[in-house]
Design a protein around this ligand. Structure first.
Ligand SMILES: NC(=O)c1ccc[n+]([C@@H]2O[C@H](COP(=O)([O-])OP(=O)(O)OC[C@H]3O[C@@H](n4cnc5c(N)ncnc54)[C@H](OP(=O)(O)O)[C@@H]3O)[C@@H](O)[C@H]2O)c1
Length: 348
């Protein structure tokens, strides 16, 4: 017997990816229910190659009998409906920011801290971190196992998809508007500055200390998932691309790490995380290695091992790993990562 699954936020970027991954991976589901706001009642969303689901209203939905809820309708909406679903007996996997730092809710990236899942029993909710955090901690984990990480400095290059559908439309409309001599302000709702042909070091609200909430999230979530003692500095920047986040990462270890050991180490090492392969896949790692040899760097539009652009892959790509300094006591490496945020957060 399969599960009864509800996908809240099913018409959004994340929800649509969730539906497509459930179908693609043949998740054992007896029933999948698509939920969104009242505006979307009756709208059809794709589930697999040839099925569609009619959207129902989240606020009016009774979760009784539902086994799993995959929730991404925004933080405020999740705050209300995820506990309601958990109370009805469902295990809720919540993609929004609302529950991430709650002490009774585990914050989980399956490849990094799978054991933390056990803590879900307290609230019935498992939180999924911010997309930039997922990309970062997935890459840092093997390094941290190799030698404790002391400090991380990360700068992100985040696509407009990170804000949802509307910001992606804003990038499209502004870009087109500029080419057709229309005022940018006509298409400016989601970003504080023009996003077309610009980069904006402002994601989410500003905090009292001058950082943004997005930057705070990366720091706080990485510490909760990986290690509360890691010192982190993050600068989060929105860039005018539609999908695919990238990060420039500088990692300082507590002790010396030889580049050779890091690159060649069998169980731990940079070689393993240069291209992080999610899950077993015949020939995938070898193919990635071959691809890496032919290309000095990956970016969102690179072609992945499985012959498709990184944008539609669930891998996280590491390139340009480089040792910056090594003293007897510390080692510093830097690298560049990229991944498709909606797909990564949905498949986590
Ligand atoms: N964990 C991660 O890595 C990660 C990554 C990206 C996003 N997220 C989070 O996931 C959430 C969604 O992101 P997104 O990119 O998918 O946004 P999006 O494309 O804007 O989609 C928002 C979804 O929420 C639904 N919704 C909005 N208000 C609702 C309401 N009152 N009741 C029921 N449903 C409502 C929308 O339904 P309608 O179409 O009916 O309005 C739509 O399905 C955000 O909280 C975001 O922070 C998490």
């Amino acid at each position: 017997m399969g599960y009864r699954i509800a996908v809240a936020g099913a018409t959004g970027n994340v929800g649509r990816e969730v539906l497509s991954i459930l179908a693609e991976r043949r998740f054992p589901a007896d029933e999948v229910i698509a939920l969104a706001s009242s505006h979307s009642i009756g709208v059809e969303v794709g589930y697999g190659e040839d099925q569609t689901l009619k959207v129902r209203e989240l606020a009016a939905f009774d979760f009784d009998g539902i086994d799993i809820v995959l929730s991404s309708p925004g933080a405020k909406v999740s705050a209300e409906h995820s506990p309601r679903a958990a109370k009805a007996g469902a295990v809720v996997i919540d993609n929004t920011s609302h529950f991430r730092m709650h002490p009774d809710v585990p914050l989980v990236v399956p490849e990094v801290n799978p054991d933390a899942v056990a803590g879900y029993r307290k609230r019935g909710i498992i939180a999924n971190p911010n997309c930039s955090t997922i990309q970062l901690v997935t890459a840092l984990k093997p390094l941290h196992d190799l030698s404790p990480i002391k400090r991380v400095v990360v700068a992100t290059y985040q696509s407009t998809s990170g804000g949802g559908k509307a910001p992606m439309d804003e990038l499209f409309n502004q870009t087109r508007g500029i080419f057709t001599n229309q005022p940018v302000q006509k298409f400016q709702e989601n970003f504080t500055k023009q996003i077309a042909f610009n980069v904006i070091p402002h994601i989410d609200v500003f905090m009292d200390d001058g950082s943004t909430k997005e930057e705070w999230k990366i720091v706080a979530e990485t510490r909760k998932i990986l290690d509360p003692d890691i010192a982190l500095t993050a600068t989060c920047v929105r860039v005018p691309v539609f999908i695919g986040h990238a990060e420039a990462v500088n990692v300082e270890f507590d002790g010396p790490v030889s580049e050779d050991a890091a690159r060649k180490g069998k169980d731990h090492g940079l070689r393993q995380i240069e291209i992080f392969v999610r899950g077993p896949g015949p020939g995938r790692e070898a193919a990635m290695e071959k691809k890496r040899a032919a290309s000095l760097c990956f970016c969102s539009l690179s072609i992945s091992s499985v012959g498709v652009p990184c944008l539609v892959s669930d891998l996280i790509f590491w390139s340009r790993p480089e040792r910056l300094a090594s003293q007897t006591s510390i080692s510093i490496f830097r690298a560049f990562t990229c991944g498709y945020r909606a797909l990564r957060c949905s498949s986590s």
